[in-house]
Write a protein that binds this ligand. Structure first.
Ligand code: NAG
Ligand code: NAG
Ligand code: NAG
Ligand code: NAG
Length: 553
């Protein structure tokens, strides 16, 4: 904590440095003060990561704010004690902030990747004196550069600071104070500006445990944390493609716990996400809804993380999953969404999802039922995505959220001569909330260009694939031919769709026409010295919709 004595101590520490920096900025305009709770209410929902050209699109989509993460580590031109930042970089940051403000967005900006570089107080042998000095000088310069921006601009000291111990957490609490001291010394409107302070790793549990607000500063402040839990669902680890009822209860509990620890503090989930790239659509949409509804209920603003075109394709200006977006916007506005059901039992050996209607090529075309949790809404209509309405009774029969699509309707898309793949997306409109999308897919088991090869160290292995339905794998099982799991033998305690399964991105991946086993997976096979069978599961996750590939040693 930085009480009045602490402030003096800091002033002493930095006395020398302050004489070497520019005088505090003076602003000519006026500043409309806003409280931290007003700020947090106004920014919900927000969006992360930008190219300037994107601001108008983000605003048009319905977002109220943008978090602009900025890496300073590569832009220092000076060293201790002044840590001068390249003026061109600061100008760029200022210009980008102005573009977001011009688009009518609130802005939250920070010092970002630096937390894993020079600012890592958890690193072995970290020089905290140097980190404090540099953090002060960094924020002094940012504060001077951005000090006259309007009250729509808020600052965050450092992104996800790695912290392992209580002692390091105390240092982080001190750094929150140093950040406020730098803003105060920077002048301008900075002492009136909203800030979002940060706890260890921006993790809700460590923050609850160890965060203590600095005292002796005037800034209105909120507390920011990040949320990517449950890890296995968000990161498609260990074959997980569903959210169980327990998972959902745990998410709600996490958001409730941090609120219960900070009853009077405005809270912001500054990052969270379930990416359309790798998560199953029905479970993903449920996740969006649960996080944002619960956060809204507990006066917590959310800002979605959109890493590398996961949600919004900035080139084509298309949203990858428009339903996820609508769910987020509706939930942030307190509107109830209707959501597709899906298998929530992790112990089963096949899964269903009402985000899809699947038909296996060659099977007779029959009526198919999907099930929607209406959550108090009513179904108004169903249409194809190009706007052609389906006719009730003829094309479908609805009884509450149970909707049966008639074989006569489905036969217009499904048949043995018809190609596999996505045939149409249906849009279900309800009395309130987001629409639901149902992807109507005719599928067959994909085909591999080869089924076995000798492991070659050091490179990703790309296996040519001909897709035949949904163009991505669902999960990959990795079992050595002696029966031992290639990774994580503890997964034997998970259900049959997870035991022995690997993790997306780190261990397996895909692209346009290949399944990919990453170099670390190939290397693990070589290190084990045992040939290994990889079972690629596809959607729908039903028996038979899998392919084996063997890496020999
Ligand atoms: C730690 O950083 C301070 C400030 O830059 C410096 O004076 C001191 O020599 C550094 N200590 C070590 C052990 O490098
Ligand atoms: C504070 O958060 C911790 C960690 O999540 C939790 O165990 C505890 O119950 C919370 N405290 C209150 C008062 O709810
Ligand atoms: C239906 O939507 C999915 C997911 O957005 C997309 O991949 C697919 O191409 C769409 N199908 C059609 C027929 O447009
Ligand atoms: C894949 O290999 C396993 C044994 O390693 C076998 O049980 C399974 O039936 C095979 N699956 C396919 C689709 O060939």
């Amino acid at each position: 904590m930085i009480g009045p004595t602490g402030v003096l101590a800091l002033a002493h520490t930095f006395g020398l440095l302050q004489s070497s920096v520019l005088a505090a900025v003076e602003c000519t305009g006026t500043f409309k003060p806003i409280s931290a709770s007003e700020y947090v209410a106004a920014i919900n929902p927000g969006w992360n990561l930008v190219q300037a050209v994107t601001f108008q699109d983000i605003k048009a989509a319905g977002f109220k704010s943008v978090r602009i993460p900025v890496t300073y580590a590569d832009h220092f031109t000076g060293t201790s004690p002044g840590w001068a930042i390249n003026g061109g970089w600061l100008q760029r940051v200022s210009d980008v902030v102005d573009m977001a403000l011009d688009a009518g967005l609130y802005v939250l900006t920070n010092v970002h990747h630096d937390s894993w570089q020079w600012a890592d107080i958890s690193a072995a042998g970290a020089n905290v004196t140097a980190i404090e000095e540099r953090m002060y000088q960094t924020w002094l310069q940012i504060g001077q550069k951005l000090g006259c921006k309007s009250s729509s601009v808020a600052f965050e000291p450092i992104n996800e600071p790695p912290i392992n111990t209580e002692e390091q957490a105390a240092e982080l609490n001190k750094i929150n104070g140093i950040f406020l001291k730098a803003l105060k010394d920077a002048g301008g409107f900075n002492t009136q500006r909203v800030v979002t302070l940060v706890g260890p790793n921006m993790d809700s549990i460590k923050t609850s445990q160890w965060f203590e607000a600095p005292t002796g500063y005037e800034n209105p402040w909120a507390l920011q944390y990040h949320y990517y839990s449950p890890y296995d669902f968000i990161f498609s680890a260990w074959g997980k493609t569903i959210l169980s009822a327990d998972d959902i209860a745990a998410v709600e509990k996490d958001i409730e716990n941090i609120r219960a620890n900070f009853t009077d503090v405005p809270l912001v989930i500054g990052e969270f996400d379930a990416s359309p790239i790798n998560t199953e659509p029905a479970a993903r949409r449920k996740y969006m809804d649960v996080v944002v509804q619960k956060a809204k209920q507990l006066n917590t603003a959310v800002m979605v993380w959109d890493n590398g075109l996961d949600h919004f394709d900035r080139n084509t200006k298309q949203w990858k999953d428009p339903q996820s977006l609508q769910i987020l916007l509706n939930a942030a506005a307190g509107v109830t969404n209707s959501l597709a059901d899906y298998t929530t039992d992790a112990s089963v050996d096949e899964q269903s999802s009402s985000a899809y209607v699947f038909h296996k090529v060659g099977d007779a075309v029959s009526d198919q039922k999907i099930s929607i949790s209406l959550n108090g809404n009513t179904l108004k209509s169903i249409a194809t995505e190009d706007g052609k309405p389906l006719t009730p009774s003829t094309d479908y029969v609805a009884s509450g959220g149970d909707i049966t699509l008639k074989s006569s309707f489905l036969s217009t898309y499904f048949s043995s001569p018809a190609a596999t793949g996505s045939k149409v997306n249906l849009t279900l409109t309800f009395s309130a909330g987001a629409t639901a999308a149902v992807n109507v897919v005719q599928w067959d088991v994909p085909k591999l260009g080869l089924t076995s090869s000798k492991a070659v160290a050091g490179a990703d292995l790309r296996i040519p694939v001909t897709w035949a339905g949904v163009n991505q794998p669902a999960a990959v099982k990795m079992r050595r031919n002696d029966g031992i799991y290639l990774f994580d033998d503890w997964t034997q305690y998970l259900g049959p769709l997870q035991a022995a399964y690997g993790t997306y991105s780190g261990q397996w991946n895909w692209d346009g026409n290949s399944l990919i086993l990453t170099a670390s997976t190939v290397n693990a096979v070589i290190a084990a010295g045992v040939s290994t069978t990889f079972t690629f599961d596809f959607f729908p996750r039903v028996p038979g919709n899998s392919l084996n590939y063997t890496l020999t040693v």
